[in-house]
Design a binder for this molecule. Structure first.
Ligand code: TXA
Ligand code: MG
Length: 310
């Protein structure tokens, strides 16, 4: 308990000094910086090698702080009450008087906001008088990080501090919903769209491959393990790592299991770390068996399809 407090204090110290700190969330690790500071935000873009036109998500403790920066609406309130804190990101209209750094939004008039669920991240946010911009803690277009060792793989000693919150529970990024006009999904993620539709009582548009790319997470190449990957494979080629949804009786060195028993939530949690492991083990190609396209399986397939465009 004591060490948790002192770790949060350390993270706070670096953030107040405008440094970047890696933080755990229930989805993936984030690379956090003071959302009100141009200096902090520029550091995030530089570390991630991220194009400046790809805006960041800002993380808040609760709705009270958010209202200083954004306009809220009825759909937001309904979803916030039901799902926040949790794996959903809302696109809202930015207030003119907001203090959000113009680098966060690339001077756009909308802001992506999220209320993360991880206990440590929430404690940290509660202790700060500014919200935290935090994209996923990985080099742009690469795999997101789901544990401290992944963050170290990505950035080495380039970041000042990593707040260790263990392995991320969900393992894939948040679902993004645009609420600045008719609700539409910009990125599939940790929260099932059917649950969102139940609350809003409407069918929401899915706009994840929009020609007018609002969220660059929609860009075809993303979530790349850095080696070719093919999906819906029945029989792998010689030398390919084979990623499977459930355990098989035969044990082969190149078999990697996303879950023991066809459990899609487990599969999502293990997805990025297994892809990293396969690459680390020296494989040059990955074959993935067909993943059921239901629930969070849709998000897994979205990520695999983007990863396959390497
Ligand atoms: O689960 C998550 O959402 C994680 C954790 C750390 O919170 N964060 C995350 O951030 O995935 P990032 O930056 O890797 O992905 C954010 C996505 C990007 O595709 C970005 O283009 C989109 O959100 N985005 C940010 N601001 C936006 C805006 N105003 N309008 C539309 N899309 C936006
Ligand atoms: Mg990302």
């Amino acid at each position: 308990m004591k060490s948790i407090q002192s770790n949060i204090k350390k993270a706070k110290k670096y953030l107040v000094k405008k440094h970047c700190v890696a933080v755990p969330t229930e989805t993936v690790y984030g690379l956090a910086g003071n959302a009100y500071s141009d200096i902090s935000i520029k550091k995030i873009f530089k570390l991630k090698k991220r194009p400046l036109n790809n805006p960041l998500i800002v993380h808040y403790y609760d709705i009270n702080k958010l209202q200083e920066d954004c306009y809220i609406n009825d759909n937001f309130i309904k979803l916030y009450k039901k799902f926040s804190p949790g794996p959903i990101t809302f696109i809202l209209k930015l207030k003119k008087k907001s203090k959000i750094s113009k680098f966060v939004t690339n001077k756009n008039k909308s802001l992506a906001v999220r209320f993360p669920k991880h206990r440590l991240f929430r404690q940290l946010l509660k202790n700060l008088d500014f919200p935290l911009a935090a994209p996923s803690a990985n080099i742009s277009t690469k795999l997101s990080s789901v544990q401290v060792s992944d963050v170290v793989d990505e950035f080495g000693s380039k970041i000042k501090y990593i707040l260790d919150g263990g392995k991320c529970q969900i393992g894939v990024e948040s679902t993004i919903i645009n609420l600045t006009s008719k609700p539409s999904i910009l990125r599939l993620g940790g929260l099932d769209i059917s649950k969102i539709e139940k609350v809003l009582k409407i069918k929401v548009l899915i706009n994840t491959n929009s020609k007018k790319k609002i969220a660059p997470g929609q860009f075809p190449l993303h979530y790349s393990p850095g080696i070719p990957l093919r999906t819906n494979v029945k029989i792998p080629k010689k030398n390919e790592a084979f990623l499977l949804i459930k355990k098989r009786k035969i044990k082969l060195k190149n078999y990697f299991y996303l879950s023991k028993k066809n459990d899609l939530k487990h599969a999502a949690k293990n997805l990025y770390s297994l892809l990293r492991k396969i690459k680390k083990n020296g494989y040059r190609m990955i074959a993935v068996e067909k993943i059921p396209n239901i629930g969070i399986g849709k998000t897994i397939n979205d990520r695999l399809n983007r990863a396959s465009r390497y």
